[in-house]
Design a protein around this ligand. Structure first.
Ligand SMILES: Cc1cc2nc3c(=O)[nH]c(=O)nc-3n(C[C@H](O)[C@H](O)[C@H](O)COP(=O)(O)OP(=O)(O)OC[C@H]3O[C@@H](n4cnc5c(N)ncnc54)[C@H](O)[C@@H]3O)c2cc1C
Length: 312
């Protein structure tokens, strides 16, 4: 069988992604790519299985692994951002090292997806590349933000290793304070800054001294350490983005019997991905729609009901 350029794993038939997938597939073909498109899981299977963690991902991964084995494509493309979950086998695909060296040396500051993608491309062009990161491990927010149940660390580690294996030099626990000094001292020809955006959004909620208000980014980050955070039995998460949903699902996994998201608008207006919300609800996360927290204190919250105006 001829080796296709792209294996396109389609996942979206139940999640309203079909039109977007059709468009992407057509664009790939228009660009001249040989495409094999596979549907990773049957819609019925997806609906019944996704209640349990990763089962859906496992079903999809199995289908993708078979397609990958049968077709041996040059590249694999998944149709959702949870792609890394579906990688068929960590380490299954290796990149070719660059044929020739340009003699240039690039510095990449930050080892999140942005920095590591830059390192990959620069290395493939034949430049020497050094990635430095202030943190102790590669991956940035993929490791210190996105929970393990969505992005298993063995998958992330294998993805990072694939790039390092191209001959990328890595310096961890090295914070760059002055880029000009760093470049001069290291003899770099160019620098790519990929430091991310790590400051959590703060909501002002009047709170009594005894009230425990934590920032979700800090809690999710601490999940990566040995000592897991102690959150208690009843956890309220304020906000409606993916981070809020990740936080509520993480709270459930840490033993909270009640994890309640308080969000000021409706489900339709919630910025978190619908699939994530659906999975959270199936796991027992509760959501108080059209609500905001007016004040917090002494183990109680004052919730204010909201109403959408004409502008939503
Ligand atoms: C809870 C949560 C869930 C998310 N879920 C998803 C998802 O499902 N799908 C998705 O696509 N995206 C998701 N995201 C967003 C995604 O993680 C980010 O968009 C992405 O990580 C940004 O990549 P980046 O490389 O720009 O920055 P980062 O991943 O933030 O990496 C920046 C790196 O730079 C390093 N650094 C910073 N300053 C310095 C310095 N001075 N010197 C040296 N190193 C430095 C940091 O240590 C860090 O490792 C999520 C984010 C969060 C917080």
């Amino acid at each position: 069988m001829a080796r296709p350029d792209v294996l396109f794993v389609r996942l979206g038939s139940t999640f309203g992604l079909r039109a977007a997938e059709d468009e992407l597939e057509a664009a790939l073909r228009r660009a001249g790519a040989e495409v094999v498109a596979v549907s990773a899981a049957r819609p019925r299977e997806v609906r019944t299985l996704m209640a349990t963690d990763l089962v859906w991902a496992r079903a999809a991964r199995r289908a993708a692994a078979v397609a990958l084995r049968d077709h041996d494509p040059r590249a694999v493309l998944y149709s959702t951002t949870t792609a890394a979950l579906l990688w068929p086998r960590p380490g299954a695909i290796r990149f070719d090292a660059p044929a020739a060296s340009t003699g240039r040396h690039a510095l990449v500051v930050g080892a999140g997806p942005s920095g590591m993608s830059a390192a990959y491309h620069l290395r493939r062009m034949g430049h020497a590349v050094t990635v430095v990161d202030a943190g102790p491990m590669l991956g940035g927010m993929m490791r210190f933000g996105i929970p393990k149940y969505r992005l298993p660390r063995e998958v992330l580690d294998a993805e990072m290793q694939r790039i390092v294996d191209l001959g990328v030099t890595v310096k961890l626990e090295h914070k760059v304070a002055n880029i000009a000094d760093e470049m001069r001292e290291g003899g770099y020809d160019a620098a790519f800054l990929a430091v991310g955006a790590h400051i959590a959004k703060r909501a002002f909620i009047p709170a009594g001294d005894s009230t425990r208000v934590l920032d979700a980014i800090a809690v999710l980050r601490s999940m990566e350490g040995e000592d897991k955070p102690m959150l208690g039995r009843r956890v309220v998460v304020y906000g409606g983005g993916n981070t809020a949903v990740d936080m509520a699902r993480t709270a459930r996994r840490l033993g909270a019997t009640e994890a309640i998201i308080v969000y000021r608008r409706t489900r339709e207006k919630m910025p978190a991905h619908d699939l994530e919300i659906e999975e959270a609800l199936q796991e027992g996360v509760m959501v108080k729609w059209l609500s905001t927290i007016r004040a917090a204190g002494d183990g109680a919250l004052t919730i204010e009901k909201m109403r959408l105006d004409d502008k939503g």
